[in-house]
Design a protein around this ligand. Structure first.
Ligand code: ATP
Ligand code: MN
Length: 465
């Protein structure tokens, strides 16, 4: 079997060359049949569909065929023919079969179909072999590729910002500490504090919660940049929308105000969703059928309609009049909860919403202050089923205003001297936003828990795989 090159099942199904010899390799999804003929559904991960293999039992060793059970990895050589059976247009009539690896039916966890998503989370090492996770992971890949393509096509440069950061003032959330100090025997200063001078970096360091501050440094040189990397938040938030380790996309654009920023966010999201609709049709149809009948219509709706733009103040006024009881009562000044965001999107406007002009107290120090002295040029993009998918702003480019806001918020300027210097040397108006990659994948796949759209989720008390 070594002489022939492997055929990818996707190619066989999408562009079949009937009556040619093929060699396919993959994992057995099911085997059924009778004494005379066996049908194997073989999946190689390239496409949601499995390829039907027809086995004339008389032509094969009985012991070999016994080894072919759900989960086994096999290679099959045979002839590709038109299929009379239901559910497929082509099939392979096997002439040779090789078993790479068996999967003992008595212990293989995916022997039966229809496991719950909760159970599959406990076998994250095997769940990529299910149709659902195959579909999700292929869509995740397509979206990641489309993100790079969009930015590359639009003149943005991919900037790699650090994962280990020396500043604990990024302000976006609780951080994980990074240290090589011996936790059982911590060096102390004369005041009794931990002495980080002997730590690996000679100072206290953490995993990044956002690449934005460094992203701004890049934008102030290259014009438009984006980051796309892992982000870590140590908040103990056990929700279906939060991970402790997630991937974030953060474009940052010089000479760009809050309106340009909103225009980019809307265009970007529509591009990504359109890309998935075009390139991931089979996987989306599968997820639509299995989990969420309205999925494809919802995606199309988002690409075809303008996002509704309004201010936080207008949004709060709507929520105060809403005929719905919220767990968290609404009044001007509160940080909007997911239930509020979803009310605006799902009940009030029935389309994605961009809220701007948030109270400065609930937003980060770097957001550009409005003339009213109360609000900042923030923008959050809110999506159906998700709530916040993007958070962004125009940045404060004025040195004095930025410094005084940092003082008000007790952010030590000495830790962020390098950030402040961008406002001292050649400052410029600029804006940017952060898109949570898994929230995007959540929306596009229609899955309802963020743990099911990343291969190996990191959440409180969960880092097994
Ligand atoms: P939320 O209010 O939903 O917790 P946030 O306002 O803390 O989010 P930002 O700091 O604005 O989040 O981060 C930008 C984007 O990153 C968010 O809009 C969201 O899409 C995503 N995001 C934030 N925190 C998480 C998380 N813990 N897990 C997954 N994605 C996240
Ligand atoms: Mn936010």
């Amino acid at each position: 079997m070594e002489h022939q090159e492997r055929n990818i099942i996707r190619d066989i199904i999408k562009t079949p060359k009937l009556d040619t010899s093929v060699l396919v390799k993959g994992w057995v999804r099911t085997k059924r049949g009778n004494k005379n003929v066996a049908f194997i559904a073989l999946n190689d991960g390239s496409i949601i569909h499995s390829l039907q293999i027809v086995v004339d039992v008389a032509n094969f060793d009985e012991e070999l065929l016994k080894k072919i059970t759900t989960g086994a990895c096999i290679a099959v050589e045979g002839k590709l023919v038109a299929s009379g059976g239901q559910g497929q247009s082509v099939e392979v009539v096997a002439s040779k079969i090789f078993v790479y690896g068996t999967a003992d039916p008595d212990v293989f966890p995916l022997q039966k179909k229809g496991h719950s998503l909760e159970f599959l989370r406990e076998i994250a090492h095997l769940r990529p072999r299910t149709n659902t996770f195959g579909a999700v992971l292929r869509i995740r890949h397509a979206l990641a590729f489309a993100i790079h393509k969009y930015f590359n096509d639009n003149g943005f440069f991919y900037l790699h910002t650090p994962i280990i950061t020396g500043s604990d003032a990024e302000g976006a959330g609780a951080m994980f500490q990074v240290t090589t100090l011996d936790l059982k025997n911590l060096p102390k200063t004369s005041d009794g504090d931990i002495n980080y001078e002997t730590d690996f970096f000679g100072k206290s360091t953490n995993l990044t919660v956002s690449g934005q501050l460094e992203g701004e440094l890049g934008a102030m040189a290259l014009g438009s940049i984006y980051t796309f990397g892992p982000t870590f938040r140590a908040e103990n938030s056990n929700t279906p929308r939060h991970l402790a380790e997630f991937w974030m996309i953060e474009p940052e654009m010089t000479f760009c105000d809050i309106t340009d920023n909103m225009d980019l966010a809307e265009d970007f999201l529509k591009y990504l969703i359109t890309y998935a609709l075009e390139k991931c049709t089979d996987d989306l149809e599968f997820l639509c059928k299995m989990y969420d009948e309205e999925l494809i219509d919802r995606l199309k709706f988002v690409t075809e309609n303008d996002f509704k733009r309004l201010t936080y103040t207008e949004g709060v006024a709507i929520l105060e009049k809403a005929d719905q009881k919220f767990e968290f009562p609404v009044k001007w000044g509160i940080d909007l909860q997911s239930e509020h965001e979803r009310y605006l999107v799902e009940k009030e406007f029935k389309c994605p919403v961009i809220l701007t002009g948030y109270p400065k107290e609930i937003k980060a120090f770097y957001m550009k202050q409005n003339d009213d002295g109360k609000t900042v040029r923030a923008m959050d993009v809110l999506f159906p089923k998700i709530g916040e998918i993007i958070g962004g702003s125009q940045r404060e480019e004025d040195y004095e205003k930025l410094e005084s806001r940092m003082n008000e918020m007790h952010i030590p300027a000495k830790d962020l001297w390098w950030y402040l210097e961008t406002r001292k040397f050649g400052t410029a108006p600029h804006s940017g936003f952060g898109l949570g990659f898994e929230r995007l994948v959540l929306f596009v796949t229609g899955m309802s828990n963020i743990r099911d759209v990343i291969p190996f989720p990191r959440t409180p008390k969960n880092a097994e795989f």
